[in-house]
Design a protein. Structure first.
Length: 82
């Protein structure tokens, strides 16, 4: 399940925000720190996750801790789905 989620997230991020070699984007690549995403694209990712994984972010959950890497996003989704 985690791999499926990460692959879907990577595909979305690569298509919409990442200009580099897709193979260089890993589950642990820092998305915010490296500048791959900014505050606007972070909200777009939140919207994508809510629509595609049937989870809802609370306002306090939209933070750099949950949005830092593909892996942390995946973990968040798995936790929310219970």
């Amino acid at each position: 399940m985690k791999t499926e989620i990460e692959n879907k997230l990577k595909e979305y991020i690569t298509k919409n925000f990442f200009d580099g070699d897709p193979d260089s984007l890993t589950s642990d690549t820092q998305l915010l720190v490296s500048g791959i995403i900014d505050s606007i694209s972070a909200l777009e990712i939140v919207d994508f996750i809510e629509e595609n994984f049937d989870v809802q972010f609370e306002a306090h959950e939209v933070d750099k801790e949950n949005l830092s890497t593909i892996s942390t996003l995946s973990n968040f989704i798995i936790t929310k789905k219970g």
